[in-house]
Design a binder for this molecule. Structure first.
Ligand SMILES: [Zn+2]
Ligand SMILES: [Zn+2]
Length: 259
């Protein structure tokens, strides 16, 4: 198995919004940032000594626009196909996230009102449609795409042979990385219980580090302790009937609907 290395590509701030570069025999980009950040991502990829034309694949972790906003642009700039999970095909094709966003707490309730979360971005059609665990050896990296549903139905993570887990929004840093290294929920989860089950399943695979969409890398033991507390918190909320989750058949946000 060839060695793989995971390099953060800041899209906004130092680590407020991250994409990642996974380097093996060939480079793979994970996540495509907010709309209009394609050039910034490609410049940073080049700064790591990678010819953007060598990028073999762009993996989009899920159907939120801070992760797929520049997927179509990145595809044009690199020529690489975009991989996305079939369960988030609606948002990818519509160019907008499923609405409403379901807040995980106060931060999410505040953020859900922000206009930039409700814009329509350039849609894309995945050239690689992910339907289950997918080996990336053919794309030149010793890594697998792992379906990790819950944050959205089509959320995926990338687990390398070295044990690095590029986790998208499976977990985040408190306050978007203002508290580096402290695990927290991202502002929204479509299904918090399913997301936590996905997170625990990934932790059971003994990753050495979690690389997240929002914040600095997380230590798996610290995430385990946080996940155990979160499990108890969600169990209490669930017992009180206070967890709101999107059912599998709830329709996607209508295209053209006002923000
Ligand atoms: Zn998200
Ligand atoms: Zn995000």
């Amino acid at each position: 198995m060839s060695r793989t290395k995971v390099v953060p590509i800041p899209v906004m701030g130092r680590h407020t919004i991250n994409a990642y570069l996974v380097l093996g025999r060939r480079p793979v980009i994970v996540d495509a940032g907010t709309p209009g950040s394609g050039r910034r991502i490609v410049e940073q990829v080049a700064a790591h000594g990678v010819d953007p034309a060598d990028v073999s694949l762009i993996v989009v972790t899920h159907g939120h626009i801070d992760h797929f906003g520049s997927a179509a642009e990145l595809h044009r700039l690199t020529g690489a196909p975009v991989a996305g999970h079939v369960a988030d095909l609606g948002p990818f094709r519509a160019g907008r996230a499923r609405e409403p966003y379901l807040p995980t707490g106060r931060m999410g309730r505040l953020m859900a009102r922000r206009r930039e979360l409700h814009v329509r971005v350039e849609p894309f059609e995945p050239g690689v449609l992910v339907t289950g665990e997918t080996d990336l050896e053919d794309f030149g990296v010793a890594a697998r795409i792992m379906p990790t549903p819950g944050h959205t139905a089509g959320s995926v993570s990338v687990l390398t042979g070295q044990g690095d887990l590029v986790a998208g929004d499976l977990v985040a840093n408190a306050l978007f990385g203002l508290v580096p290294g402290r695990p927290a929920n991202p502002p929204f989860h479509d299904d918090p219980l399913q997301n936590l089950a996905s997170l625990r399943r990934m932790l059971d695979m003994d990753p050495v580090r979690l690389h997240v969409g929002h914040g600095t890398p997380l230590d798996p033991d610290r995430v385990r302790r946080w996940a155990a507390r979160e499990q108890r918190r969600l169990a209490r909320l669930d017992a009180a009937g206070r967890i709101r989750a999107r059912g599998p058949d709830e329709p996607a946000g209508r295209a053209g609907q006002a923000g």
